[in-house]
Design a protein around this ligand. Structure first.
Ligand code: GYE
Length: 311
């Protein structure tokens, strides 16, 4: 089960190590998958994982991290909800000589405050989505509405930038509306409803670009409720590659997604094992793959494969 997600090398035995994990919350299917895969990866190595769910609030994350420091854990994993405001607490961890590894989101802080960061290249993800759309519409006029992720989070900032880069060469494509849907299905639906209302019932929208699949799934529902066909009347492109988007792709209701692995913890634990074994400093940024999937990539099979991987 887990080995299929691992890098290939055998997982190191880290029995006796206590590692704190400050998770953002459970805003999306991808987030839930990351949580379960992290727990499996810890178990596989004998790690005692202390899990803290911050319910989307940075203040809760900071509290949890201070708690881990007070407990004297051996290392701390943090999925940072927003990019700024981490310097003080990370300095405290550094002074306590507890290595910190960032998972899936980046921060604006001096690089010596964390050992490494395991994440996807979020600008690239946006660019891949944008380039897909450029090819798909092949010169036709296309108005795009954008559902952004959590305000101030690195994936929202970077996926916006990347998409803009991806469509920069296409004068026929214009982003007409852009708003946050906070990475959730319910907000994605709500914001899409507003977009549809202010765009002639959706007649003026050619595509929706969502910073994650969950918001895309919400948008698909809103498009159907408005009497239009998602995937045809309005193209749908998003990021994550969670099982539910493959269901939508298989049904012709979504068109493309960019995958990011929920196994960010495996490489993080491997980096810690090497660091503890012989002081090996990992690369500052461990970058996971960003692969595009469309209806041509066996969506039903991809759905099943993920269900077997701990999603
Ligand atoms: O794409 C989204 C989640 O931080 C990269 O957070 C992650 C993003 C992921 O809620 O679904």
């Amino acid at each position: 089960l887990v080995t299929a997600l691992s890098s290939g090398a055998l997982a190191q035995d880290l029995t006796g190590k206590v590692i704190g994990f400050s998770q953002i919350g459970s805003e999306s299917g991808w987030r839930a998958a990351e949580t379960s895969v992290t727990k499996l990866q810890a178990e596989e190595r004998g790690i005692d994982l202390k899990f803290a769910d911050a319910q989307q609030k940075q203040e809760n994350q900071i509290k949890a991290i201070r708690g881990f420091i007070a407990q004297g854990v051996d290392a701390i994993l943090i999925a940072p909800v927003v990019a700024t405001g981490w310097d003080d607490v990370l300095t405290e961890a550094k002074e306590a000589e507890i290595p910190v590894i960032l998972l899936d989101r980046g921060i604006d802080a001096p690089e010596d405050l964390y050992l490494t960061s395991v994440a996807s290249d979020q600008v690239l993800e946006g660019r891949v989505a944008g380039e897909w759309l450029v090819n798909e519409v092949a010169g036709e006029e296309c108005n795009v509405v954008e559902l952004q992720g959590t305000v101030g989070s690195s994936p929202a900032i970077n996926r916006k930038q990347g998409f803009e880069e991806g469509i920069a060469s296409a004068a026929n494509i214009t982003i007409t509306q852009s708003q946050t849907g906070d990475f959730t299905r319910s907000k994605g639906k709500e914001v899409m409803e507003a977009f549809l209302k202010s765009s002639n019932g959706g007649a003026d929208i050619c595509a929706v670009y969502a910073h994650n699949d969950d918001m895309a799934v919400g948008a698909i529902q809103a498009i159907k409720d408005a009497g239009l066909k998602p995937g045809e009347d309005i193209l749908v492109v998003s990021i994550d590659a969670v099982p539910d988007i493959f269901t939508a792709i298989a049904a012709g209701e979504a068109n493309a997604t960019v995958e990011l692995t929920p196994n960010m913890a495996g490489p993080a634990f491997d980096a810690l094992a090497a660091y503890w074994a012989n002081g090996t400093e990992p690369e500052k940024f461990i970058i996971t793959e960003s692969k595009l999937y469309t209806a041509a990539d066996d969506p039903a099979g991809e759905y099943e494969r993920r269900k077997g991987l701990g999603y």
